[in-house]
Design a protein around this ligand. Sequence first.
Ligand code: BGC
Length: 449
Amino acid sequence: MPVKISVHERSVRESVLYQDKNFYISLAQMRRISRDFRSEMARGLAGDKSSLKMIPAYVDKPSGNEAGRFIALDLGGTNLRILQLELKGKGRILKHGEKKVVLGEKYIKGTAQSLFDFIAGFIKDFLREEGLEQTSGLMLGFTFSFPIQQSGIASGILVHWTKDFSVSGVVGKDVVVLLEAALKKKGIQNVSVAALVNDTVGTLAAGSYKDPACDIAVILGTGTNACYQEKLSNILKWPGRKSKTGKMIVNIEWGNFNKIQLTEYDRLLDKKSDNPGFQILEKMVSGMYLGEIARLLMVDLIKRKLLFRGGNLAVLGKEKIFKTEYMSRIEFDNSAEGVDIEALLKGLKVADSSAQDRLLIKSICAAVSTRATRISAAVLAGVITKIDPSLSRRHTVAVDGSVYEKYPGFAGNIEAALKELFGKKSRNIVLKVTKDGSGIGAAIIAGIV
Ligand code: BGC
């Protein structure tokens, strides 16, 4: 006898199928993304039109023997951070002091002057607290986690802002010049900027300082990006120059990759964003956006009366109300009735959720996050096969970022997708959480210079 299911249960099932159709990335699609990504990398390296900027970082991986005392300044997320580090050589690092502060809207959406004056004041306080005011010749590594077109290891022009930054008067300017001018204004004369690095480059430096097989770094946090070690002879747009090693780190800026199929929700999110048409991959993968995609999907299902029987639109209709960290909590709830999901929804003032509603929300989160992991694996596979087409040797991938570290199942799903793509050979890819690359790494790079 056929099992009877209720109308509501049927609608839940239909909507789950519906999400799968929209969000599922098959193995064939991952292969296509990976191939297109490699072609975009090659075009970017040749200086041809590409969604990938492929920015030479003017530095190669460290040897592990860099030594000395350095200051690292880290700007790129919610926190502004400064650290004093001592590199001891042989991959050993000592952290001496650290200070951080949350950057409010006033600074991340204000003017260049107010942001850089604030940063210089923050550095001044740190030097005083650490007793470094009279120490001469302090070298600073500056991690700036945005697309910067570098013209040397200690200079770079901001191409455009990403994530939720939109400070006026910085795009098109050299951020090191802006920082040094602000330091001068505050009377700080003993600090010079020795290196300007992207957070991916810092993470690669931190990962490879300890492990020579590390040749790729990935950030999966508020934003997303990757960098890798490339042969100079392949960086066609950068001809005629030599380096000791014949190699250089390239900042891919993979968040801007756009050869990828969008759903109607992605299009809507992009249209309403600060930077429409840009950072397409980032908008499908990173912590800044996953919650909003899930919210748009929920709103659609509410309108189709497939979720909350058509209710709660007033709450969930509000832009950006549903954060990625909620998705994390929801996917973590393995109870049959979605007990913690109910508590979370109540906190958001979402009323009268049934157990089916809650399970449906969980499956929405899973559809959105699983897509993010499969896209991440596909583009990572593109980078790996660009360096080593037959995956013949080991590659350690240094990974940092809250989404990778904290989102339940995220890391495991990326590894599973890499296994689908490469079979047993995926053992040659080792993803290693490399905490704090954006702090330590800038100091290591200042030590190479
Ligand atoms: C920026 C990258 C950065 C990444 C991770 C992106 O929005 O464009 O430069 O590496 O975020 O912080």
